[in-house]
Design a binder for this molecule. Structure first.
Ligand code: FES
Length: 105
C-alpha cells in the first residue's frame, strides 16, 4: 500500500494511501477537484488524465496503444508525463510517487 503524493486541479496537495491491485483511478476519484473517470475505467473517456512526474513516469509499466491514442487526443498531452489513471495499477514500487491531476477538458 504505497503512499502517493497528489496535487489536484486547484493546486491542493493530498497524501494518498493507495491499495495494491487497484488502479490509480479508485483513490484519485475520492479526492476533491480531481479526475471524473466518466467511463468508469474503460479507457474510453480520458477524464482520468494525470501527469506522473518524469522521474516516476519511467518506472511505471508503459501504456497500451489505445491509452496512448486517447491521451494524444487531449489538449494537454505531455508525452513524458501523461497517463490515464484507470490504466495504471498500484504497486509498492510507487512508494513516494508524485502526480498532478490534468486540467479538465
Ligand atoms: S476513466 Fe475513462 S479513460 Fe480512464
Amino acid at each position: 500500500m504505497p503512499t502517493i503524493y497528489v496535487t489536484n486541479r486547484s493546486g491542493k496537495k493530498y497524501t494518498l494511501k493507495a491499495e495494491n491491485g487497484l488502479t490509480l483511478m479508485e483513490p484519485l476519484r475520492e479526492i476533491d477537484d480531481s479526475i471524473e473517470a466518466l467511463c468508469g475505467g474503460m479507457c474510453s473517456c480520458a477524464s482520468c488524465h494525470i501527469f506522473i512526474s518524469p522521474e516516476w513516469f519511467e518506472k511505471v509499466p508503459g501504456p497500451q496503444s489505445d491509452e496512448v491514442e486517447l491521451l494524444e487526443g487531449t489538449e494537454t498531452y505531455r508525452s513524458a508525463e501523461s497517463r490515464l489513471a484507470c490504466q495504471v495499477k498500484v504497486t509498492d514500487a510507487m512508494e513516494g510517487m508524485t502526480l498532478i491531476v490534468a486540467p479538465e477538458e
